[in-house]
Ligand binder design. Sequence first.
Ligand SMILES: Nc1ncnc2c1ncn2[C@@H]1O[C@H](COP(=O)(O)OP(=O)(O)OP(=O)(O)O)[C@@H](O)[C@H]1O
Ligand SMILES: O=C(O)[C@H]1CSC(c2nc3ccc(O)cc3s2)=N1
Ligand SMILES: [Mg+2]
Length: 551
Amino acid sequence: MIPSQPIETDEKFIISGPPEPANITESCGSLGMFLYKRLLRNGDTTALIDGVYSTELQYLELLEKAIRLAESLRKHANLQQGDVVGIVSENRLEFPVALYAAFFLGAAVAPINLTYTERELNHALNLSKPKVLFVSPYSAERVIKVAERNRNYIERVFLFGDENGFGSSVTLYEHFLAATSTINPHTFVIPPTNVDEHVALILCSSGTTGLPKGVQLTQRNIMASVSLLSELEASFEVPMVVLGVIPWFHAFGCLTLINVLSNKLKLVSLPKFEEGLFLSCIENYRCSFVFVVPPLMVFLAKHPLVDSYDLSCVNTLLCGAAPLSRETEELVKRRIGVKHVLQGYGMSETTLAMLVQTVECNKPGSVGKLQTGTKAKVIDLETGKPLGPNRPGELCFQGTQIMKGYIGNDKATRETIDQNGWLHTGDIGYYDEDYEFFIIDRLKELIKYKGYQVPPAEIESILLTNAKIKDAGVVGLPDELAGELPLAFVVKQPNVTLTEEEVRQYVAERTSPAKRLHGGVRFVEEIPKNVSGKILRRELRALLKKPLAKL
Ligand SMILES: Nc1ncnc2c1ncn2[C@@H]1O[C@H](COP(=O)(O)OP(=O)(O)OP(=O)(O)O)[C@@H](O)[C@H]1O
Ligand SMILES: O=C(O)[C@H]1CSC(c2nc3ccc(O)cc3s2)=N1
Ligand SMILES: [Mg+2]
């Protein structure tokens, strides 16, 4: 039977981003040389400012310290190309020195969350098996305990800061750095590598849907991601002073740090998010560009403290890592007068953003268009066939930012990257006729109500528009008849009265029947989230199993 319509070829619905800038990597031969050249080019301008102590690091100082540390690691810690360096620390000026020293030696870096418990630290360290560890005083006690149990691969522990309260089990980073005070940065040899094979970063995914995975990013992945800010920078009318509060042990923060340092920008670092410190840092250092995650946008939209600071210096907020509603975006724009809120979408597995809005393309609620050197398709959840515009399905990507694979877990790698090199994200979204993408939610987290697939993020965004609600998290309450019932955990604003019926009514007036809170409302003190701003819905589902507190 001859089809009445031309059969839609798969190729028709493969979307390609702009070509990658010419020979971005060929001329360097290694990530180390690529980064070395950019630090050298940036000269003695300020690279980093510690937002708490106001100490500064110039680009050439960073280069000289990183080279000296690399030489010390090579000479006195026997660190070689292909070894792994662990960094368990908050954002502080020694972090990029250790990061770049490892890159100059052709070693891989495993940044690890310093707030991890001993159990989590043990899991993360056994993924990457670092030969040497750099630790912050804030995490040293726990890390040293775990390191002592893993001396079969951890040979040295270096301590940031200027006091060593841990005896001979650690070496002060400052003393180790001083061990080679005379090295000439211009004579240090950075070995060539195979940029496509050589692992540069081993990142822990956020652990939102289970135990964090060890995501291996190659040197090419990192180099390919650097173009993100160079393109954005070109379109900004003000010099970019970037606030770095996103943790550098996470993909979003670490790759943003490398992006900033590769594009001659100035980064003000904060060790963690504290409301007053965050706002005073923006005001004091006149930060014009702030990377944020949605909880920080909700803070800027709703917290009274924001009115006590002058944030008129902020030109652009660049938000990602979790769903951001257009309502929250509008509230922030109106309240602090920021010129641009640009969303982006990425995964640890995609190095940095795959999709990012620009000044020219930023429809409300969209996460923007495809990055350079990247292809995308949206596939039907049943058939796996690529879909056309405005048809929701699973987002899949190919390109120079796609990870090498999960360390020590070929099975999980094969389940994520298919035999044609497509990375299956597990995220549901669509693209419109202008090829701007919209994220709906995670496949794993959709609530199945009577055959409908209800995205929790959509109900959460509606709840956040209620002035009496400070935060919200929505999950499915298991139900024999319906499958699951949408249920909201709600944090009230201080000193407000709000009843369950009011909340149910508020949502019912704004949604179709399937998306209403058939499972009810639970008032809680806070919504559990990880440091990259994602709601830990598995912890909310665990609360459902606990008996309701007696009234
Ligand atoms: N702009 C965005 N809008 C909605 N979701 C986003 C956005 N950016 C990132 N995400 C979510 O974050 C996920 C990537 O996060 P990350 O790699 O840090 O680990 P995770 O997927 O949260 O945790 P794990 O893989 O360990 O369960 C994406 O798969 C997507 O679900
Ligand atoms: O979701 C995550 O955990 C991380 C992995 S990297 C990433 C993002 N990267 C960018 C870069 C620019 C931007 O505007 C948003 C994001 S989200 N998200
Ligand atoms: Mg994930």
